[in-house]
Ligand binder design. Structure first.
Ligand SMILES: Cc1ncc(COP(=O)(O)O)c(C=O)c1O
Length: 375
């Protein structure tokens, strides 16, 4: 299979990721932070190593502020539910994913919600964004990169505005972690939510929340942490406060190797590779009859998530044809982000989405272009 569905989850994973998970399951997968026998200690050490790698990778000093979750949605839910109180105002953007939109919308009986608009290429207008700020604005949530068209959002500029106005900033790095360089401290991000299973090359069932704020979200889930067992109240210390229940240790062992893999290859090299593939694809799509690219038409200000439409064949049929005739995996329709489609002009059609990883190659892109030319 030629796998171009990496925005949903990356596949294949590096061999070191699969090996680490296998080793954990076969050799020591005991419950970390609970018992004191050697397998439990080994599990705890691996979990801590992964916190350290992630803290360093995203530029924060304290590994304890790295919280393990089960996916990006879980991380986003912790912050959105944990910092907003009745009467607060929150700003999202129309380019956000349903994991932000539905979570904030579910609270609109108690909070006010505004959406920053987008241009037809998926980019934001910072002046319009700033005009939405009110005296009760508590939180801004924004996707770093659109999962529909790959447009990169002005995260640093938005973080600067939030700092000046004393507003908390939650960045959804689902499509950027491991693909676009992120230094949480330098960029002034308060909370970073990311999946472990996309650009960080970990397995499904892993996610992270990195906290760089004194405002610690209230827990979403309460329970056993292996610490302060005599107390009925949830511990205050991170990561325990936000990590009740048994962790996904095999997944975390895989994620650790995924982050090490990215560090070894180098994030600049990863983004250069994806840019090259994107450039081939965009140039080729422009020459393919009946195909129109959605969003930015060149490689400036975007990543390797590319959406397009066919003038006479619907998106689902295009994806089905690519799969059955050429074993090419793409995703079609609305990508869990309908307001993005309204902004991008694809509200009725949806799009066919191609998304790259480090394991994709130029010959694969050429085969896709050939397949599309044969429709
Ligand atoms: C921008 C964006 N945010 C959030 C998510 C949710 O990620 P997860 O499936 O890890 O919860 C996705 C998944 O595709 C996404 O693209």
């Amino acid at each position: 299979m030629i796998y171009f569905d990496n925005a949903a989850t990356t596949w294949p994973k590096p061999a070191s990721v699969v090996r680490a998970m296998d080793e954990c399951m076969n050799e020591f997968a005991a419950n970390p932070g609970r018992s004191a026998h050697s397998h439990a200690i080994k599990s705890s050490e691996k979990v801590y190593e992964c916190r350290e790698e992630i803290a360093e990778f995203f530029g924060i000093d304290n590994p304890g502020n790295v919280i393990f979750t089960s996916n990006a949605t879980h991380s986003l839910n912790i912050v959105i539910n944990g910092v907003l109180n009745e009467g607060d105002h929150v700003i999202c953007t129309v380019m956000d994913h349903n994991s932000v939109l539905r979570t904030t919308f579910s609270k609109t009986k108690k909070i006010e919600l505004s959406f920053s608009k987008a241009n037809p290429d998926g980019s934001l207008n910072l002046t319009e964004f700033e005009s939405l700020i009110k005296t009760n604005t508590k939180l801004v949530v924004m996707t770093h990169v659109s999962n529909v068209c790959g447009t990169v959002m002005p995260a640093k500029e938005v973080a600067d505005i939030c700092k000046k106005r004393n507003i908390l900033f939650l960045l959804d790095a689902s499509q950027s972690a491991g693909i676009v360089p992120i230094n949480i401290t330098e960029m002034g991000i308060d909370y970073l939510a990311a999946p472990g299973h996309k650009g960080l090359y970990g397995p499904m069932g892993t996610g992270i929340l990195v906290i760089n704020s004194k405002v610690i979200p209230k827990p979403l889930i309460f329970g056993g942490t292996g610490s302060y067992s005599k107390e009925l109240s949830q511990p205050f210390e991170l990561p325990d406060r936000l990590e009740s229940g048994t962790l996904n240790v095999p997944g975390i062992c895989g994620l650790l190797e995924g982050v090490r893999f990215i560090k070894a290859v180098g994030i600049q090299q990863i983004s250069k590779h994806e840019k090259e593939l994107t450039s081939w694809l965009l140039d080729g799509l422009e020459e393919t009859k009946n195909i129109s690219v959605v969003g930015k038409k060149n490689t400036v200000g975007r990543t390797g998530v590319v959406s397009f439409v066919h003038s006479s064949m619907d998106c689902t049929a295009v994806s089905a044809y690519l799969d059955s005739e050429f074993a090419i995996a793409t995703r079609s329709m609305y990508h869990c982000a309908y307001p993005s489609h309204v902004a991008l002009g694809t509200k009725d059609s949806g799009t066919v989405r191609v998304s790259f990883s480090l394991f994709n190659t130029i010959p694969q892109v050429k085969l896709l272009l050939y397949a599309l030319s044969k429709i």
